[in-house]
Design a protein around this ligand. Structure first.
Ligand code: FPP
Ligand code: MG
Length: 300
């Protein structure tokens, strides 16, 4: 039985692909515009930021911001700065994650990692530049709740803290609960914040905000479980990064703790919960139900 049969929902893959292409294009136009406005302090730094920002990411997080705004009938130009800001934060995190002090990876998205091309010092600063520019853009929304939301999700109680727990857990035996906490913070928090920013900037009702938050929590977890699974079963060329690196680094992952089949079951269960969370939003949330299935069946 395939995934969509098990979830009891018909899956329209092309619809999601088109959604991601459209949102990705809009985001990239805006990203070019924001980067183009920067005063260059000398050759190299902005090019380095652009190298990673336009390296072929899926643009999932901005698509979540924009899609959420559409569900809550918000205004796209109003949410675009936050969509781009979150993509910049995501990009900075990948640049720093690949550095020799952390994962020491040579390839990402099928291209040499930033420090391999520009050196470690420039990679560090390009990441810092993206992170600070992100907060300048968030401030431009004039909504302090949105700035705080993203700060919390990216900081010590979110992505940075999750990354810290993750490196501390290398080579250790950890429980599934600890692994869940790591993933919730490291990956889930920014995914959830993306959805919440779109909703907050579109004046969603508290019921709507609750529903989209629940969707985000389950989607974020499913996303990271699939990421772990792809590190075992994926194709290096399609993924654009090394396969098997988690095992090599002795990382605690869902497949390592539960085994592949149970990890796959858990990803399906989380996807199901994500889809159920959207019940009260009706038809207008259909693209997010489809997106959850797409994310579960992705190969990169
Ligand atoms: C892949 O996203 C990325 C993740 C699954 C998140 C991993 C989290 C970190 C590396 C946190 C690092 C944090 C710090 C502070 C260094 P994706 O599949 O959406 O990537 P894409 O943009 O390439 O498509
Ligand atoms: Mg890594």
């Amino acid at each position: 039985m395939n995934i969509s049969e098990r979830l009891g929902i018909k899956f329209y893959k092309e619809q999601v692909e088109q959604f991601l292409i459209d949102k990705g294009k809009q985001t990239e136009e805006a990203l070019h515009q924001y980067l183009g406005q920067l005063q260059c302090p000398g050759p190299g730094l902005i090019e380095a930021m652009e190298y990673s920002l336009f390296a072929g990411g899926k643009r999932l997080r901005p698509a979540l911001v924009l899609g959420s705004a559409e569900i809550f009938e918000g205004d796209i130009p109003k949410v675009m700065p936050s969509a781009c800001a979150i993509e910049m934060i995501h990009t900075y995190s990948l640049i720093h994650d690949d550095l020799p002090a952390l994962d020491n990876d040579d390839f990402r998205r099928g291209k040499p990692t930033l420090h391999k091309v520009y050196g470690e010092a420039v990679a560090l600063l390009a990441g810092d530049g993206l992170l600070t520019l992100a907060f300048e853009l968030l401030a431009s929304t004039g909504n302090a709740d949105v700035v705080a939301e993203v700060a919390r999700s990216a900081g010590v109680n979110g992505m940075v803290g999750g990354q810290y727990l993750d490196i501390r857990a290398e080579g250790q035996k950890i429980t599934i609960e600890t692994l869940q906490e790591i993933h919730r913070k490291k990956t889930g928090a920014l995914i959830c914040a993306s959805l919440r920013c779109g909703a907050l900037l579109s004046n969603a009702s508290s019921e709507g905000l609750y529903a989209i938050t629940e969707y985000g929590k389950h989607l974020g977890l499913a996303f990271q479980i699939v990421d772990d699974i792809l590190n075992v079963t994926g194709d290096e060329k399609t993924l654009g990064k090394p396969v098997g690196s988690d095992k090599e680094h002795n990382k605690s992952t869902y497949p390592a703790i539960l085994g592949l089949a149970q990890a796959q079951e858990l990803a399906l269960e989380q996807t199901h919960k994500a889809i159920r969370a959207l019940d009260c939003l009706g038809e207008k949330a259909e693209i997010f139900r489809q997106l959850a299935i797409y994310m579960l069946s992705r190969n990169r």
